[in-house]
Design a binder for this molecule. Structure first.
Ligand code: HEC
Ligand code: HEC
Length: 443
């Protein structure tokens, strides 16, 4: 085949997969249609590389804090043994898109954190090698430089530690251990040269984690209409979105867990809360007992990692890390930046639209014994819900403006026909959760 024909064939295949996903009902029902062929439904890596080159600034000077980020804050999150250099970022970039890092050569970081999909996979839960589905939704890798812990339960302390885990997780990239992944790339002369340039050593597992982390620290997407508004340009966002900002800070109480300011640019308090997302399906007490028994048999980061990603115990969230009862069902507050383009939402990908997210908060989450004290019915009207949603869509970086607009239209259309989490009676406090339970009306 000639090159053009090969590209054409690949595009047709990609389009067919996209159609298949759409026919299956979108990301939410991807679980019923696993597969996605050799790319697992992600944009092919060479195309993602072209995109990322257009998105990220060509900084030879990656040592300087990115535009829009306070240099003191940026420096706080760069570890002493992994200072930013162009060679490290270049190596991390090659690794992030390299499917050779997985056991069967089909999955890269960019398969699940796809540049063309808001650095997520837009599925409810992720699919790794051999079409294996996990239990959690892939959060975006955008703006992760400023997170104080990684993963929804905070089990990894740094981006460096985080990046090493998916490589050896059986249902993700599936390498048996760090030596195996090193071996998979060690004979590549490009890598040999690049590891020398970056760290002065031959390829090794720790430096794979370091280089990927350095590359991820360049994923800074904080240039949105909302930022122009905060900087004093009132007409940068609509009046409706401005009303949403008032609600965000007031009646809707979003600010209490999603603070947004210069030292907190992504809107996460970095703490863990049970906002009732998992309470819908699980008997927490039984799961907690089971988890303690499992962790007694085998503890440590890798044990927690596999329980979190491939068992029902996933729903316990932060409890798996701390074994502290008050952490049952607790997950780290997710960022609100760029949420317009990272559906579906929450740790389990259970919500398709930002209207669903608002309906969930409006009715006071889902009652359970560990529900965060900050979650209670909000009594927001339909107009007020629309205003907060409009605000959230202004927080997407300008570079994704088209994608954001398309996502808004799509979500609005979905929300017009389905609002599975809406419960007016609870939201307006006409009935209380315990009454619904007692009267047997619980949905
Ligand atoms: C099979 C899909 C898959 C692959 C491959 C994958 N990830 Fe992830 N990633 C996920 C899921 C799912 C989570 C959330 C898991 C959790 O919180 O328990 C996650 C979480 C993360 C987070 C934490 C984000 C946050 O908000 O805490 C980062 C950073 C990340 N991945 C980077 C990477 C890197 C780097 C690689 C490649 C070495 C990679 N991922 C490979 C699915 C994947
Ligand atoms: C008590 C703390 C708390 C409050 C109050 C709160 N959130 Fe959250 N938010 C969280 C946590 C924790 C998560 C992750 C929960 C999970 O995945 O189970 C989350 C997740 C989200 C997500 C999903 C992001 C994603 O990428 O999946 C959005 C959007 C969001 N919150 C917006 C809001 C808005 C808007 C408000 C105000 C109406 C609000 N939150 C109020 C703690 C809170």
């Amino acid at each position: 085949m000639t090159d053009t024909r090969r590209i054409l064939a690949r595009n047709i295949i990609a389009a067919l997969f996209a159609m298949r996903l759409m026919l299956a009902g979108g990301a939410g029902r991807a679980a019923e249609a696993p597969g996605g062929g050799p790319t697992h439904g992600a944009m092919p890596m060479d195309q993602q590389l072209t995109r990322v080159d257009a998105l990220l600034p060509h900084t030879d000077d990656v040592k300087r804090a990115p535009a829009g980020v306070d240099p003191t804050i940026f420096a706080l999150f760069v570890p002493a043994d992994n200072q930013m250099t162009p060679a490290r970022v270049a190596l991390g970039k090659k690794l992030y898109f390299d499917t050779r890092l997985s056991a069967d050569g089909t999955v890269a970081c960019a398969t699940c954190h796809d540049v063309s999909r808001g650095f997520t996979d837009q599925r409810a839960v992720s699919e790794g090698i051999r079409d294996q589905l996990g239990r959690r939704n892939a959060p975006t890798t955008m703006n992760t430089f400023v997170l104080q812990s990684l993963f929804l339960d905070g089990r990894a302390p740094t981006l460096e530690a985080q990046a090493k885990l998916p490589i050896v997780t059986p249902i993700e990239m599936g390498q048996p251990n760090g030596d195996a992944v090193t071996k998979a790339i060690a004979n590549d002369p490009d890598y040999q040269r690049m590891f020398q340039d970056a760290y002065g050593r031959l390829p090794n597992y720790d430096d794979i984690g370091r280089a990927i982390a350095a590359f991820e620290r360049t994923f800074v997407f904080l240039d949105s209409p909302f930022d122009q508004f905060l900087a004093g340009q009132n007409d940068a966002i609509s009046e409706q979105a401005q009303q949403g900002w008032v609600l965000y800070n007031g009646k809707a109480r979003c600010m209490s867990c999603h603070p947004l300011n210069r030292s907190n640019p992504i809107g996460s308090d970095n703490r863990f809360h049970n906002v009732g997302v998992s309470a819908r399906h699980q008997d927490f007490e039984k799961l907690a007992r089971q988890a303690l028994a499992e962790l007694q048999k085998q503890g440590g980061l890798e044990a927690v990692n596999s329980l979190a990603l491939s068992t029902d115990l996933s729903e316990l969230g932060r409890f798996l890390v701390t074994k502290n009862r008050s952490d049952i069902g607790g997950f780290r507050t997710l960022q609100v930046r760029n949420v317009g383009i990272t559906a579906p939402y929450m740790h389990d990908g259970s919500m398709q639209t930002l209207w669903d997210v608002m309906d969930h908060y409006n009715k006071g989450g889902e009652a359970n014994p560990y529900l965060d004290g900050g979650i209670e019915p909000l009594a927001l009207s339909e107009d007020e819900i629309n205003a907060v949603v409009a605000l959230l869509f202004t927080m997407t970086d300008q570079r994704f403006a088209d994608q954001n607009r398309a996502a808004f239209e799509k979500q609005r259309a979905t929300a017009q026909t389905q609002r599975p989490f809406r419960d007016e009676a609870l939201a307006m406090r006409r009935t209380l959760p315990f009454e619904q339970r007692v009267l047997g009306q619980q949905k």
